[in-house]
Design a protein. Structure first.
Length: 322
């Protein structure tokens, strides 16, 4: 054993010598061995409960050493920590490419920019921040509805819990807003389709409502920028309610009642018809507004509802006579 140790030390020194290099200042540098890496990590890792010494250069080097060691444990290729290139007096200098001449600005462009006194909202920073153009004229607003919505109450609980758990952090200031009832516009289509697909079935598309007097055939309930309710007629000429749905978490805020009321008021002197699933609680809502059952249709929703759906595939045809 005594004869092997000197031989091992000699072979190790030769291997380390082949991996060594000389830096710009003439100092010999070589990669660290595994034992040296483990010793450095253990020596510079702060003990639990102690205040670490913040040194960015040391932290970066320690992170690289830990990553290199973890790669070795996982049998991943370990990239060698290469030595920095040495630049000396004999290193040839590479000339920089000539810079392109700077063209003077066009005076006409500068004059046009200085002439701008205001920016249209659609092109302003506020539009980028708030997301799109301002909402159009609302049919009505409801300031009491949000207080009845379970989702709003849940968000208030979340903010209160966060304030208690992290009193030292900046708290979010919530701005009160009403539920606004507006007509369908193109920017609403994404949220409307998502809401209707969750409430009914996949593939719902109401984009054609924009071509059939949307101010008389569509009612949306919006809370700030969120669509929380949809009511849709096929057309004002033959009023047929195709969809009426409220986003989950917003039940109890009288949204469906308000949307149905406005839809009826926008289409006076015309009968309004609809189909509703036989076990849908919305039957009570329609009865309160005077809708009467005219026909029982077996299997009306057979091709639309999922086979596992609890909703009845049979439907009642209701009519509101005017």
């Amino acid at each position: 054993m005594g004869g092997l140790l000197p031989e091992f030390a000699r072979v190790r020194d030769e291997a380390l010598g082949r991996e060594s290099g000389v830096d710009l200042y003439g100092k010999t540098l070589r990669p660290l061995t595994r034992a040296e890496v483990s010793s450095l990590i253990q020596a510079h890792t702060p003990m639990p409960g102690s205040i670490p010494d913040t040194d960015p250069r040391r932290d970066i080097a320690l992170r690289k050493l830990k990553l290199q060691r973890q790669r070795g444990f996982a049998d991943l290729p370990v990239p060698a920590l290469s030595l920095p290139p040495s630049y000396g007096p004999s290193t040839p200098l590479i000339p920089l490419l000539p810079s392109r001449p700077v063209q003077p600005p066009n005076p006409a462009v500068l004059d046009a920019l200085h002439a701008i006194k205001s920016t249209p909202y659609a092109h302003s920073f506020a539009a980028r921040l708030n997301g799109g153009v301002q909402e159009g004229q609302a049919i009505s607003v409801d300031w009491e509805g949000p207080a009845l919505a379970p989702w709003v109450a849940l968000m208030e609980d979340v903010r209160a819990h966060y304030a208690l758990a992290h009193p030292e952090r900046e708290q979010v200031v919530e701005t009160a807003a009403p539920i606004s009832y507006v007509s369908l516009q193109a920017r609403h289509l994404g949220q409307v389709h998502e809401l209707l697909e969750r409430a009914f079935w996949a593939g719902v598309d109401v984009s054609d409502s924009l071509q059939h007097a949307p101010k008389k055939s569509t009612i949306l309930a919006t809370y700030k920028r969120l669509v929380v309710g949809v009511a849709n007629l096929s057309s004002p000429q033959e009023p047929y309610i195709t969809y009426l749905a409220v986003r989950a978490g917003w039940d109890g805020a009288q949204i469906a009642t308000s949307m149905l009321y406005h839809l009826i008021q926008l289409n006076p002197n015309r009968d309004i018809t609809l189909h509703v699933s036989a076990n849908n609680p919305a039957m009570l809502l329609y009865n309160r507004f005077g809708f009467k059952a005219e026909e029982f249709v077996a299997g009306f929703y057979e091709d639309y509802l999922d086979p596992q759906s609890r909703a009845s595939k049979n439907a009642f045809r209701l009519r509101l006579r005017r």
